[in-house]
Design a protein around this ligand. Structure first.
Ligand code: PEP
Length: 245
């Protein structure tokens, strides 16, 4: 009997508007699935609006520092105080555009948990890494960076999102079998440290999920829902995705 709660999180990236907050909030209220946990991850400036709309919220990144002279950064403690539940850490755009290393990501993961945010650790290989047969090594290194620094128990209060970089924003989704294979690899890896943590760990799939492919992806044994980019900006599509989880 599966004890993991399905979850769907919408990563708006640097998109969205005050109007979309209102539209998405009313659409989410009409979702016909009481089991799924739905989270909206808007640009941080819209966090309070999402919280005020009654929708569970997260942010896309936080600083690895608790506070101080880091112009432009946002501290996890303030994000928490404003009502966020989650933060992404290590999204592939943060890794590739802003140069975040596995070590930086582990530091952000730690700061998030220190301030009682639940980190959603994003992992995934590039197209060339997949072609070179490196998918498992890359994903394992991204996860082990957190386990080595913070211990396996840190995964208790976290979520992992497997997002193959070649599938993000490209319209090229991993097939349900390809995604399931990596999700199982991740669960087995975590299980090699602690079977109980592995069994309860929510592992989301992300990468061009839409209202037509979500059902088959979410039906896989080790896929516990999705991290949705583009389709989370379309309320009706997002609703169908949430209902399929
Ligand atoms: C993402 O940015 O996390 C993502 C999965 O984007 P998309 O759904 O647009 O591929």
């Amino acid at each position: 009997m599966l004890s993991r709660k399905p979850m769907v999180a919408g990563n708006w990236k640097m998109n969205g508007s005050l109007e979309l907050v209102q539209n998405i909030a009313s659409t989410i209220k009409s979702i016909n699935n009481d089991d799924v946990e739905v989270v909206v991850i808007p640009p941080t400036v819209l966090l309070s609006n999402v919280v005020a709309s009654g929708v569970k919220a997260g942010v896309q990144t936080v600083s690895e520092h608790p506070l101080g002279a880091y112009t432009g950064e946002v501290q996890a403690s303030l994000v928490k105080a404003l009502g966020a539940t989650y933060t992404l850490v290590g999204h592939s755009e943060r890794r590739s555009i802003y140069g975040e290393s596995n070590e930086d990501v582990a530091n952000k993961f730690e700061q998030a948990q220190t301030d009682k945010l639940i980190p959603i650790l994003c992992v995934g290989e590039t197209e060339s890494e997949r072609e070179q047969g490196q998918t498992e090594n890359v994903v394992a290194a991204q996860i082990k960076a957190v386990i080595d620094k913070l211990g396996i128990a840190s995964l208790n209060d976290s979520v992992i999102a497997y997002e193959p970089v070649w599938a993000i924003g490209t319209g090229k989704t991993a097939s349900p079998e390809q995604a399931q294979a990596v999700h199982k690899f991740i669960r087995d890896l975590v299980s090699s440290y602690d079977a109980e943590i592995s069994e309860s760990l929510q592992i989301l799939y992300g990468g061009s999920v839409n209202e037509s492919n979500s059902e088959l992806l979410f039906a896989q044994a080790d896929i516990d829902g999705g991290l949705i980019g583009g389709a989370s900006l379309k309320p009706e599509a997002f609703k169908i995705i949430c209902e399929s989880a």
